[in-house]
Design a protein around this ligand. Structure first.
Ligand SMILES: Cc1cc2nc3c(=O)[nH]c(=O)nc-3n(C[C@H](O)[C@H](O)[C@H](O)COP(=O)(O)OP(=O)(O)OC[C@H]3O[C@@H](n4cnc5c(N)ncnc54)[C@H](O)[C@@H]3O)c2cc1C
Length: 494
């Protein structure tokens, strides 16, 4: 039975919520987690992830506390390199067109390693992220700044966090939809929640909102992101409909950040409306850097090889959404088919194969075949042999003379068999959120004064991401700001 009181109530059941809950518990608070979803669909977007996390580290020494059980063989063969705080800052500033809030970004970057080590100390297990590596004659080397993932992916991460919280005496309630905040005009004193069909007031010293953005709300998407966004597919949970944002804005919280922006990717054109936990992230189609993408006119529309996938995938969903009919086909030939990521080999995939480029053109549904053949011809002529093809690094193998260049991994599309995969836009999460005090995680009101008793974390924090996003930063942000919010909530720091 749900008791009417806790020291800290945490709203949400994903990574940010559990990091907040674990930190609050560590600071001595009696913690209650309220998760809207039923247990079988719980865990938010976190559960859909592969559990990849981006954090700054100076070398292997820093990773040892995060992956203490690496074997001797792994230590000898894996070269993690370094991803310094400066690298992380550079990637955040570059990806966001220098708009990321400096104070939030500073906390994210400088606390990232410590927070990973904290999670590992608490009992979360991490593994090397081998899908982000390549092998040369000596070693397996990692690229793109993401070198670890949670054991068992996002499902493993949130399951472990839940176990740890419960083992420490914390409560987790499912089917518990928080409807509003208890606010007396000065401070937040708890929440109104509907649990299993019954309305309850839960009183608390502090409330941490970690209940996601508004990506699963088609009306809000159309309202804030703009025309066409109502039609896109949701990659993750159907439960992130902006409830926490609405509740906070209703009591005067300050909105902050890129409310017209979001993370979105190329996602199977026939994927369902919301994420499917059986398929997880595998509707994504992330091998486009080694192929070409064409639209309904048969034309390329973006530099597929502008950068490593980690730095382009989150903004290319929008570019696909903006094409006629909101779709694209990714095209590969025998030179690259063998290099396609595992998500291209799932059963639920929109794919055509052909023995000649003409046959392929006829099979690309919705595409002007003549335009496509013309485009491939022009593209093939523009491919330079200026550098060897190397999919693991920015190889500089490019096209020349095209209005839309391909800057890396340019190979002609001319060797049968050919394969093409149809993608639409899949939204991951929204960038707009609440303004928090970067030192405490306390939500600020529109006068920039603290809303006492109210904290926010994860996707709900505005001001970090604008336009684009470096892969693996969502979970890291949830962990850093979740831990901060939980600690401050337990101590009553505004
Ligand atoms: C397919 C996919 C793959 C991804 N891969 C990665 C990756 O590898 N690495 C990475 O860093 N990021 C990844 N992301 C992004 C990442 O999932 C998010 O940035 C992160 O999980 C957000 O964590 P969160 O705790 O803020 O939100 P969530 O994990 O979404 O949790 C929000 C929770 O709030 C609950 N909730 C909503 N409304 C209410 C309410 N009214 N009352 C109570 N509870 C409520 C929801 O049920 C949910 O449990 C991926 C996302 C998707 C969809």
């Amino acid at each position: 039975m749900l008791e009417g009181k806790a020291d800290v109530v945490v709203v949400g059941g994903g990574n940010a919520a559990f990091c907040a809950a674990l930190a609050a518990q560590e600071a001595g608070a009696k913690v209650m987690v309220l998760e809207r979803a039923p247990v079988e669909e719980s865990g938010g977007n976190t559960r859909f992830t592969s559990g990849s996390m981006r954090f700054a580290f100076d070398g292997f020494e820093d990773l040892m506390p995060i992956m203490p059980d690496l074997s001797e063989h792994e230590r000898a063969t894996l070269d993690f390199g370094a991803y310094t705080a400066d690298d992380f800052f550079d990637d955040m500033f570059r990806a966001t067109n220098y708009r990321t809030d400096p104070a939030l970004c500073e906390r994210l970057v400088t606390q990232s390693l410590e927070t990973m080590q904290w999670l590992a100390r608490r009992g979360v297990r991490f593994l090397p992220k081998l899908s982000q590596s390549y092998r040369d004659s000596e070693k397996i080397r990692f690229t793109g700044g993401v070198v670890v993932e949670a054991s068992g992916g996002g499902d493993g991460l949130v399951t472990r966090q839940t176990e740890l919280l419960i083992a420490g005496g914390g409560e987790v309630h499912y089917n518990a939809k928080v409807l509003s905040l208890l606010f007396d005009g000065v401070r937040v004193n708890g929440v109104k929640v509907r649990v299993d069909g019954e309305l309850r007031d839960i009183h608390a010293k502090s409330v941490v909102l970690a209940c996601g953005g508004f990506e699963a709300n088609s009306e809000w998407r159309a309202r804030y992101l703009g025309p066409g966004w109502d039609l896109v597919k949701v990659r993750g949970t159907r439960f992130n409909s902006g409830d926490g944002l609405r509740m906070a804005l209703e009591i005067g919280a300050s909105p902050f950040g890129n409310w017209t922006g979001c993370h979105s990717v190329g996602w199977d054109a026939n994927a369902p409306e919301f994420g499917d936990l059986e398929v997880g992230a595998l509707f994504q189609k992330h091998s486009y850097p080694i192929g070409i993408m064409i639209n309904a006119n048969g034309r390329r529309f973006v530099d597929e090889g502008a950068d490593l996938r980690q730095f382009t995938y989150a903004k290319y969903g929008r570019v696909v959404m903006e094409q006629p009919g909101q779709f694209a086909w990714q095209v590969f030939d025998s030179k690259t088919i063998k290099l396609l990521r595992p998500e291209y080999r799932i059963r639920k995939v929109t794919k055509v194969s052909a023995g000649s480029i003409g046959e392929l053109a006829a099979k690309l549904e919705g595409v002007d075949a003549a335009g496509f053949l013309d485009e491939v011809k022009a593209y093939n002529c523009a491919v330079m042999n200026n550098a060897p093809f190397h999919p693991g690094i920015r190889d500089g193998r490019r096209t020349e003379g095209l209005a839309i260049p391909k800057s890396n991994w340019a190979n002609t599309i001319d060797e049968p068999p050919f394969e093409a995969y149809q993608v639409g836009c899949g939204i991951t999460f929204t960038f707009g959120g609440l303004r928090i005090n970067p030192e405490t995680g306390c939500v600020l009101d529109t006068d920039m004064a603290p809303l006492h008793g109210l904290y926010a974390a994860g996707e709900m924090v505005g001001g970090l991401f604008y336009f684009n996003y470096p892969g693996g930063t969502g979970l890291m942000s949830g962990a850093v700001f979740g831990r901060l919010a939980g600690t401050s909530a337990a101590r009553g720091e505004a």
